[in-house]
Design a protein around this ligand. Sequence first.
Ligand SMILES: [Zn+2]
Length: 412
Amino acid sequence: MNKDRITDRFISYVKVDTTSDPESSTTPSTKKQWDLANKLAEELKTIGMSDVTIDDNAYVMATLPSNVEHEVPTIGFISHFDTSPDYSGTNVNPQIIENYDGKDIVLNEEDNIILSPDYFEDLLLYKGQTLITTDGSTLLGADDKAGICEIVSAMEYLINNPEIKHGKIRVGFTPDEEIGRGAHKFDVEKFGADWAYTMDGSQVGELEYENFNAAGAKIHVKGKSVHPGSAKGKMINSIYIATEFINSLPRLETPEHTEGYQGFFHLYSIKGDVENTYLQYIIRDHDRKKFEARKALIQRIADEINNQYEEEFITVEIKDQYFNMKEKVEPVMHIVDIAEEAMKQLNIKPIIKPIRGGTDGSQLSYMGLPCPNIFAGGHNFHGRYEYVPVESIIKATQVICKIAELTQKKAK
Ligand SMILES: [Zn+2]
């Protein structure tokens, strides 16, 4: 695999601004995402892919036909081309640090923005490697343009090396993953794969097939505003009732106190005055039963407070967001096993752990396309400290090729 070619390809993607916008209701959420979608469709044609399509919502799909006679399951590889609205993706100016020496990296001298292994210890894993960083003013967009680069590079490699045998491979590039809508309009039937992998994880070796069950809760607390001078026995201060609600939830079951398989309630917004207070929570748990219990607890606390006031001051609206893909992947565990074996054959130590979040793959798994997640190589997503080692991009590219090869071999 040609390191310079892969580096150039990655840089050509991150220079295209593709920030998504949660306030927009269109797909893609921002017009500029078309720029990269169109570029990718062209590039897929150029490298020799078949059936290259780009639909009305900017979903790009393409096929690498099988090069064997026997029946092989069709597998897919998926990445998203939008970048997070949490941080600017305009005028990304990547810096290439060759033969990284393990010391501080100055991203911006003037503003003293330093990417330091004292704080980001993961950097030390990549001593001697080639890092791509930002210039300190934007995110990088390795999430998930590294994934796209890996998929395109792997397809190109397989096309140029026909002695590597594989079945039919489908690739899919989606908009708007960062605003939770990457899978929304993904045409699973048209994609037509038996299973797929999102290339959207972080560190080399990551392989994930468990994610959170997720819901959002909006709590509205009504009060009664009366002139404070004559409020005795009349005023109901919604802020105090909201505080009572907040304090009734387990204080240590919050993101800052949990890890691994521990779920949480996360209060991420509070806005209020005497008359109205609005609380917004996200609820997360890997275990479906515990997840349902968490939602029930929110409702029960609201009911109990309402009963105590003999009036309905609190209303609760809970909406499910996504579910743990484990339920859909476990019945077809061989798809995880193949990825694990591919890594082992490439001397990559698989890191299998539950995702404390969701992926496009979790939604796709519930839409009928089982879809574990594989590392794409980047670190510190969604901010100015984002970076990716080129060697990690190459490893992920090799993993894709190896999965294609092993799937073919196992089908014999
Ligand atoms: Zn991503």
